[in-house]
Structures are given as structure tokens and as C-alpha cells.
Write a protein that binds this ligand. Structure first.
Ligand SMILES: *Cc1c(COP(=O)(O)O)cnc(C)c1O
Length: 381
């Protein structure tokens, strides 16, 4: 057996050889859509802070106020002494935004899916997911011990066949999809999925990580989950649904029960951010308009969300183009396998309410200059 470091060094070398090695680069977020990396100011098109709330003065003020009053850490899990009253205020706001009876906040979106799915589903059950489901949905499914079947991306025929051929062999059945797909930016056909779920006696769970603040929640969904770290600009995850479900999750969702509560300052900031989302829908509209300006200028199909991918195929090509854009002052991270399926490496552009029209024009003219408009394929059309 080789020494651990020798073993790992070999693994890293092989990642490098296939353009799949990942590294961390210090990136400071300063003003608006700009960041500083390697001492250079770059216009960023790869943040999920779609509404610019991470730097919103009211959000910062809410955090500061709570920080001074309550200190930094929560000190214990929510079930011990960590259940600060700010949680109730935040959960009531979430439930009202989603139109559900109740909500439960978790440490992150990732922890939410890893807690909720195994709490509700077990070995006699069937979970059906879209092929492009996010890593934390897959982790939750694995932990649950349920049988897992996947349908090709957004294929209702495929989903229908899985239900028709398998539903009767299991006790409970859960269909999990993203509302807006994180690496593709397209939307799930939720009307049709919820109709199938009624027909086949299945529950529907929607991961709305990239939908909150941008697209309206779907009323016929049983389980709404999402994150406070993207459009809300803060941190944490949540699930919204019936009172009975939330009461049950407080008893069974391990990632909520055995993990320390979130800092009170963060809860206050998230509550403030959600209030802004609620009262200023124009922010979400602006972000969406920016994405649509981009697709229009590039001659791509109209953006369905704030996320627009440009498929490049090979990981090396995505890295190369990302570096070229960085040299032109633009930050667009290359997305490579295993985040996306093999052969579908891409640049993933995200648009925010903070981008100016001129900045989007600058992005498009840079892509033109690099000769990559016209030869790029949008995903899933
Ligand atoms: C980002 C993301 C998550 C995880 O949320 P975090 O709060 O960042 O842990 C879950 N699901 C999807 C689809 C995501 O894009």
C-alpha cells in the first residue's frame, strides 16, 4: 500500500491530465458585480447572488444589529439551546413566501436535502429524480436507502414509464426535481409532474435553490426546499410544507437535530433579505431581463432563468475560454464533470440585478472577439 500522500498525488496528477483538477482561488467581492482575483478587478458573471442582496445595506445592518446583541455563534443545536426566536420569524416568512403552513431552516441547502429526504423515505420506498439532480439530492437519496430511479432530463414520458412500471412495488413514492436546473438554467415542467404524481399517488419535492426570488413557487408541490445562500444573499437552507411534515422533520431530520444552529446574525440578515424579495419583485425581474438581454444579443433561445449555459464539450475547451475571458476582465468559471455529465463541459453565465446593460454588451462583445458566438450550442434545445 503506498503512503497516503503518494496515493493522492497520483490521483491529482490524473485529474490534471484530463483538465478536471479543481483549485481554490482567493476572490474578494467588493462592489456590485465586481470581484478582485489575483489583484485584478473582474466583472463577474458567475455568482448566484442574483439580486445583489449579499451587500445590501439593510441586510448588513440587520446582521450587525443582531451580532452586537446576541454575539456570534448559536452555542448548540436548535433542540438544545440554539433555537433563537429569530428562527420563528424567519420560518414564518419562508412559509408565507411559499404559501405553506410551516417551514424549517437548516444549516445549508446541502444539509437540507441530506436531512429531509432520508427522514421521509426509507428502504420500502421509491425515489424518482431527474438525471441532472444536484449532488445533495443524490446524497439524500443514498442515505435514505430507498430504491432510486432516474428519468432523462425533463422527460415526462420517461417519468411516466417509471411510475407505470414500478409504482405498485413500493410503499411510498417521491419525485424530486429542481425548479430551475442549476447548471442548465431551464425549468422543470411542474404542472405535468404534479399531475402525474396525483395519478400515481406520489409526493413531489422541488429544489428551488435557483428559483427563489426569480420564479414563482408551484402551489401543487408537497415539499419545497431551497437555500438562503443564492438570491437571498446570506446562508442556510430551508424546507417548507405542511405543519405535520415540519413537526415530523424536527424529530427525524438528522442534519437539523445533530448540527449546531445557525448564528443569530445570519437569521436576522436572511429575514431582512426575504422581506426585500417580497416587497421588491422588480429586482428578480431585472436579473431575468439581464439574462434575456444576453440570450437575445447572442441569438440564443430566450433565457428561462438567470442561468445561461454555453456548452463547449471538452473540459479543456471550457477552461481555455474561461482563461481568455479572465484576460479580458470577465469572470466566468468553467463547469466541468462530474458537476455536469461527461462531454458537456460549459461556461455557465449567471446574471444579477446588479449588472448594467453596458456590462452585458461588454460580455457579448468579448465573446464575439474570442470568436465563440455562433459556434456555441445552448443546452437542451
Ligand atoms: C446550491 C444548491 C444547493 C445547495 O445549497 P447550499 O445552501 O449552497 O448548500 C442545493 N440544490 C441546488 C439545486 C443547488 O444549486
Amino acid at each position: 500500500m503506498p503512503a497516503l500522500d503518494t496515493y493522492l498525488a497520483e490521483k491529482i496528477t490524473s485529474l490534471e491530465a484530463t483538465s478536471l483538477k479543481r483549485s481554490l482561488y482567493d476572490t474578494e467581492h467588493v462592489d456590485g458585480a465586481y470581484v478582485i482575483r489575483n489583484g485584478k478587478r473582474l466583472l463577474s458573471f458567475c455568482s448566484n447572488d442574483y439580486l445583489g442582496l449579499s451587500h445590501h445595506p439593510e441586510v448588513i445592518r440587520a446582521a450587525e444589529k443582531a451580532l452586537k446583541r446576541y454575539g456570534m455563534g448559536a452555542g448548540a443545536s436548535r433542540l438544545v439551546t440554539g433555537n433563537h426566536p429569530l428562527y420563528r420569524q424567519l420560518e414564518e416568512k419562508l412559509a408565507s413566501l411559499k404559501g405553506t403552513e410551516a417551514a424549517l431552516v437548516f444549516g445549508s441547502g446541502y444539509l437540507t436535502n441530506m436531512g429531509v429526504i432520508p427522514a421521509l423515505m426509507g428502504k420500502d420506498d421509491l425515489i424518482i429524480t431527474d438525471k441532472l439532480a444536484h449532488s445533495c439530492i443524490l446524497q439524500g437519496v443514498k442515505l435514505s436507502g430507498a430504491t432510486h430511479k432516474r428519468y432523462s432530463h425533463n422527460s415526462l414520458d420517461f417519468l411516466f414509464n417509471i411510475l407505470k412500471n414500478n409504482r405498485n412495488n413500493y410503499k411510498n413514492c417521491l419525485i424530486v426535481t429542481e425548479s430551475v436546473f442549476s447548471m442548465d438554467g431551464d425549468m422543470a415542467p411542474l404542472d405535468e409532474i404534479t399531475a402525474l404524481s396525483c395519478e400515481y399517488d406520489a409526493w413531489v419535492m422541488v429544489d428551488d435553490a435557483h428559483g427563489l426570488g426569480i420564479v414563482a413557487p408551484h402551489p401543487a408541490v408537497d415539499i419545497h426546499m431551497g437555500t438562503l445562500s443564492k438570491a437571498a444573499g446570506v446562508y442556510g437552507g430551508y424546507v417548507c410544507g405542511s405543519r405535520a411534515m415540519i413537526d415530523y422533520l424536527v424529530n427525524k431530520a438528522a442534519t437539523a437535530i445533530y448540527s449546531t444552529a445557525l448564528p443569530p446574525s445570519l437569521l436576522a440578515a436572511a429575514h431582512r433579505a426575504l422581506s426585500i424579495i417580497e416587497t421588491q419583485p422588480e429586482l428578480g425581474r431585472k436579473a431575468l431581463e439581464n439574462a434575456r438581454l444576453f440570450t437575445q444579443l447572442c441569438g440564443l433561445p430566450k433565457a428561462q432563468s438567470t442561468i445561461v449555459p454555453l456548452l463547449l464539450g471538452e473540459a479543456s475547451r471550457a477552461l481555455e475560454l474561461s482563461t481568455q475571458l479572465e484576460n479580458l476582465g470577465l469572470l466566468v468559471t468553467a463547469i466541468r464533470p462530474p458537476t455536469v455529465p461527461k462531454g458537456t463541459a460549459r461556461l455557465r453565465f449567471t446574471f444579477s440585478a446588479l449588472h448594467e446593460k453596458s456590462e452585458i454588451e461588454q460580455l457579448v462583445s468579448s465573446l464575439e472577439r474570442l470568436g465563440c458566438l455562433g459556434c456555441l450550442e445552448p443546452a437542451h434545445v
